[in-house]
Design a protein around this ligand. Structure first.
Ligand SMILES: [Zn+2]
Length: 60
């Protein structure tokens, strides 16, 4: 079975959900739950893993 090669693989750290809303437990003046957003530290909110950069070897 052929596998499709994803051009940008889903981040395994956040499973493709890089930004999550976390309730702070406080309510806003409008009565809504106050939330903060946190970006995935592994992909920095992109949801995709960044291919490991090949270290550039200069000279010998
Ligand atoms: Zn991630």
């Amino acid at each position: 079975m052929p596998q499709n090669t994803a051009p940008r693989p889903i981040c395994g750290h956040c499973d493709g959900f890089p930004t999550v809303a976390v309730t702070t437990g406080h309510t806003t003046p409008t009565g809504e739950r106050e939330t903060i957003t946190a970006d995935c530290p592994a992909c920095h909110g992109t949801g995709h893993t960044i291919p490991a950069r090949t270290r550039t070897r200069v000279g010998v």
